[in-house]
Design a protein. Structure first.
Ligand code: SF4
Ligand code: SF4
Ligand code: SF4
Ligand code: FES
Length: 339
């Protein structure tokens, strides 16, 4: 066994154990993005940085092996500052919205994008439930509101905003037997929420971005007005590890200046991929390789243009067949998603 000290706790581990495993054994949590217990680490993100107090070097806890006598710090101000810098670099290379502009503009925080998507799927009851959970009396509230959601609607920059208030008016007349949350309870629930949040913003939408966002969002689609929605929100908003880390470390989106990261959204069968949200952790590739050797996703291109794609000779639409759930699950952000 090897003895070392982590944050003043003496730890004994078997030779070959990583600092991450040693820290976990004494209840010290270290954040990770590119580490999977089942596949190991690519050591690429450095979010798990810890400091060797003897020589001040930062080490990736997920990959660095314990050595006898080591003194490791996982929470000094230098470590926290270093991790914040790493997270801010990732945010600088990120393109997308956590929450859609319409939701951010709604005083009740209604998740309009999901509501519209439920309507497209003809799930009217679920859409109405979502509506009434956020706005207890939409029949009165929405006609009196200045319609910030429509003013903020990204589709309005292309042709005209989604007719959100009309859709809500139609939906709220339906008797779907939804238990209404009373206004006072709702306000109390909002006030009691003390968690810090982080919201990434897409930034300036170029013509090229809009062309990609508009793909498949034809105004004449027979599913109606709701189908015009560009789905600006991120499907991983509630469990994105990058978003959680950004909040925890008080990270800023633009500490390193304006980003020129490209937006792109491609579909591999039913699995969507947004390169602007991909942190290039390799988790989906490692899982694909384990479950479907040689036929799962691979990295193509290099440097800033690195992207997840299909290997040569593999049908793009079948890339995630049988591995979609696992790959989406290990993706630490919303880069891989289902609509
Ligand atoms: S991947 Fe995470 S940080 Fe990026 S937009 Fe989605 S929720 Fe926000
Ligand atoms: S296009 Fe849809 S998700 Fe985007 S802002 Fe408009 S209603 Fe919201
Ligand atoms: S798609 Fe997700 S899991 Fe795959 S490399 Fe990008 S961030 Fe990692
Ligand atoms: S989790 Fe350790 S380098 Fe990414």
């Amino acid at each position: 066994m090897i003895k070392l000290t982590i944050d003043d706790k003496v730890v004994e581990v078997a030779p070959g154990a990583t600092i991450l495993v040693a820290a976990k054994s004494v209840g010290i949590a270290i954040p990770t993005l590119c580490y999977l217990e089942s596949c190991g680490s690519t050591g690429s993100c450095m979010v798990c940085a810890v400091q060797n107090s003897e020589n001040s070097r930062m080490l990736p806890a997920c990959a660095a092996r314990c050595e006898a006598g080591m003194k490791i710090s996982t929470s000094s101000s230098a470590v926290i500052e270093f991790r914040r810098g790493v997270i801010e670099l990732l945010l600088n290379e990120h393109r997308g919205d956590c929450l859609a502009p319409c939701q951010l503009a709604c005083p009740y925080g209604l998740d309009i994008s999901t509501m519209l998507h439920l309507l497209v799927q003809t799930k009217h009851k679920e859409a109405a439930e979502l509506l009434f959970r956020s706005i207890p009396d939409p029949q009165q509230t929405c006609p009196d509101c200045r319609g910030g959601c429509e003013l903020a609607c990204r589709r309005g920059r292309h042709d005209k905003p989604i007719a959100i208030r009309q859709i809500i008016a139609d939906l709220s007349t339906q008797n779907v037997g939804v238990p209404h949350l009373m206004g006072a309870d709702l306000r109390a629930a909002k006030c009691n929420s003390t968690y810090k949040t982080y919201n990434h913003h897409f930034g300036l939408v170029t013509k090229e971005d809009m062309a990609i966002l508009l793909e498949g969002k034809n105004a004449n689609d027979d599913t109606g007005e709701a189908a015009r929605c560009l789905r600006c929100d991120c499907r991983a908003v509630n469990d994105c590890q990058l978003r959680q880390l950004a909040a925890e470390y008080d990270a800023e989106q633009q500490r390193f200046g304006k980003s020129s990261v490209k937006f792109d959204r491609v579909y591999y069968g039913e699995v969507g991929y947004e390169v602007g949200k991909c942190v290039k952790c390799g988790n989906c590739i490692a899982v694909g390789e384990r479950l479907k050797p040689g036929q799962g996703p691979v990295f193509s291109d290099r440097g800033a243009r690195l992207t997840v794609s299909a290997p040569f000779g593999i049908d793009k639409d079948k890339l995630f067949d049988n591995i979609a759930d696992e790959c989406i699950k290990v993706c630490p952000t919303g880069a891989l998603f289902r609509d």
